[in-house]
Design a protein around this ligand. Structure first.
Ligand code: MN
Ligand code: MN
Length: 316
């Protein structure tokens, strides 16, 4: 079977600073039919509690992704040798209404998933994980979750609202979208409203790994343990860029000091190889606080690494 696979536009065909800014300079698709994986932007930031700006995340991540080449020189992954991948553009959210945006997002992802396509999402604030998980669970049933973040995002309410970027995983538990004994939260830290803020997720059965517990350490052994426990369950990866230290990823809405290093972040994503990843996101890149573009560059590379660990990606 010879099917023509989309390839990122090469730097010898068009200089990397030229051309349309699709994710990794891939073709833009208008339908998920025939795609194995797709990048999707969700330019929503009306769920943020502090600094705004994540609505510009997808565009900035796409711009910085222009430098990424097809082969992963560390892992040998060759995603474009086997998968049909494209950029599906952005979900047309309603920027005046979270209530109206959530069903728009869920419907978009239901269509992507129904086509057998694995979505890799460019956020957007973390609110978007809830409507995506609703679509994922509707398709696959409750899923395992790898959640990287400085925050647990399990608040019951924020300013009296039940939908915000600090509540998605509370709602996901209540709605039965998660297999709670196979949920891992990694990188949690900072100050809280109560000393037991991280105990609520533990009581649900989550494994909580605070950042200080893994300072200076390789996370490869942790990921070995995670894979053994998650097994072949459908699994979703939700990566809040603020899980990484603001020294490396300061362009975000709610930075917390003492976070994960970039190599640790790479170990987490690369350690997801072998999981049945049904989708993943990279959220909370806020370009107005990212004058160098480094946070968006890191986000783009983490999304590429997510693509590299999807089922079916060969290693050369
Ligand atoms: Mn978050
Ligand atoms: Mn966070």
């Amino acid at each position: 079977m010879a099917r023509a696979l989309n390839q990122p536009l090469g730097g010898d065909e068009m200089p990397r600073f030229g051309g349309l800014a699709s994710m990794m300079r891939l073709p833009v698709a208008t339908t998920p039919e025939g795609l194995d994986a797709a990048f999707v932007g969700v330019p929503l930031d009306i769920g943020t509690s502090h600094r705004g700006g994540a609505r510009f995340g997808p565009r900035a991540i796409r711009a910085e992704s222009a430098l990424i080449r097809p082969y992963n020189m560390a892992t040998g992954a060759a995603p474009f040798d086997a998968l049909q991948v494209a950029d599906l553009g952005d979900v047309p959210i309603n920027t005046y209404s979270l209530a109206k945006s959530l069903p728009i997002i869920s419907a978009f992802y239901e269509r992507v998933l129904a086509a057998g396509c694995r979505p890799l999402t460019l956020g957007g604030d973390h609110t978007i994980a809830l409507p995506i998980l609703r679509a994922v669970a509707a398709r696959h049933g409750p899923v395992a979750l790898v959640h990287v973040d400085a925050h647990a995002d399990v608040n019951d309410e924020m300013l009296g609202e039940r939908i915000a970027h600090g509540t998605p995983f509370r709602r996901a538990v209540e709605e039965g979208l998660l297999r709670c004994d196979r949920v891992w939260q990694i990188g949690l830290r900072g100050s809280g409203y109560a000393a037991d803020d991280f105990d609520w997720p533990r009581r649900q059965g989550f494994t909580v790994v605070q950042a200080h517990e893994v300072w200076y350490r390789s996370l490869a052994p942790l990921m070995d343990e995670l894979r053994a426990k998650v097994g072949d369950a459908p699994c979703y990866l939700s990566f809040d860029i603020d899980g990484i230290d603001p020294a490396f990823a300061g362009g975000t809405g709610t930075p917390e000091v003492g976070g994960l290093s970039v190599p640790q972040a790479l170990e987490i994503v690369r350690g997801c190889r072998g999981l049945n990843l049904v989708g993943a996101d990279l959220v909370e890149v806020a370009p107005p606080y990212d004058p160098s573009g480094n946070t968006a560059l890191l986000g783009a590379n983490l999304l590429y690494e997510m693509l590299c660990v999807l089922p079916g990606v060969p290693r050369r």
